[in-house]
Ligand binder design. Sequence first.
Ligand SMILES: C[C@@H]1N[C@@H](C(=O)NCc2ccccc2)[C@H](O)[C@@H]1O
Length: 449
Amino acid sequence: KLQLKHGSHRVGKRTDAVMAKWRGYGLGQFIHWGLYAIPGGEWNGKQYNGAAEWIRSWNGIPKSTYDSLIYKFNPVNFNAEEWAATAKQMGAKYVTITTKHHDGFCLWPSKYTNYTVANSPWKKDIMKPLIDAYDKQGIDVILYFSVMDWNHPGWRYDIKTKEDSIAFEGFKQFTRNQLLELLTLYPTAKGLWFDGTWDKSWVKQAAFADELETEMRKLRPGLIIGSRFRADENGKRHFDSNGVLMGDYEQGWERKIPNKIEDVHGNDWDCVMTVPENQWGYNKAWKGHIKTTNELLEMTAKCVSLGGNFVLNFGPQGDGAIRKEEKQLAAQIGDWMKTNNEAIYNCEYAGLEKQDWGYFTKKTGSDKLYMIVFNVPVSGALKVKLPANTSIGKSYLLAQPAQLLNTEEISGTEYFIHLKNTAAGKPFVVVLEPNAKKGSGNTYDKAKT
Ligand SMILES: C[C@@H]1N[C@@H](C(=O)NCc2ccccc2)[C@H](O)[C@@H]1O
């Protein structure tokens, strides 16, 4: 074990109530909104092939021309209550909102730069009405903040010269000032979701970032900060040089989902996901595969079954309206969540062997198990393997609790749950109420091979 000054300061999950609430969210909403939503992935009639929120990095546009988009920021259809209502309808328990993306444009009137909403035709703070609207819906707010800031003159990708290090020192103070400003202006925010922390310049700031993280946690006790914020003194990110997770949860699952429980190393984690293949900011074209409601429900179930949260991204248009496709997804996901959210909220990894029909979740603090079924077998029989000395008390469809399902014991710990109707046509939940098994346990001897 290496002695680290700026490695992780905690081994294992946080045990406080704020993090326990975060652990139980299950489903969240991500909002990517800023100047990039105005071009929406297109410039002078040409489509940008990358992610729309990265269009400034396209050599098809002079940087100063992009930066002048600030004078076009006037989202006349922006309605914070509507955004929060969409999240509520979907069943999201938290929202992560971009305060400042890589382009450096601030959705709050920061006093440390002119590149903010205050100097746009809109003039007004965007963050406050959003945070108030989500708070009113009982949806917790996490603030997304990009350390990399293409607009700030002090930003550097690496520090090679004396000039670089002088400029970057100024940038570090600017970053600290903005973060303390955000925590002071928006005290109800539960955490910070950091991004843009992969370049060498920032990775070399282990001591500064460590001290800043400590300062933020002191200013806002309970603050939730993920593994992407800072590197240790050896430049190790997400996991320090001893392999211990940095921060409070693993933030590496961007547009990907772990496959098995070993992949999450006993840590808390969230998965952040785009509806198209890779578009976070609004993109007019929305080319390629657009994920369906069933795909997104399956991703949600898979994340919760492996102890994580699924955070679905919305990219509002430049005028502030949410596009109809995203509104439809929110409504359809919400429809399913209305009936089935008991299997998602405050649930965790069940510790059972994955079966082909779908995903197990377990209610935290209880033995109640949920089977979230996506693939009904032709037999109509769902296989379940329980730990030794437990059996199935009763099982029923979450949507029809009065109708008990026929449970057949196959061997000591294996059962078939026989479905009455095998043509559900959409995902559904079976509830298992296990009970401790009396007597010897296994019904049959193991075969000798
Ligand atoms: C949450 C997303 N992160 C930004 C991004 O640039 N991701 C690219 C990336 C993904 C994974 C590791 C490093 C960099 C995207 O623009 C979104 O903001």
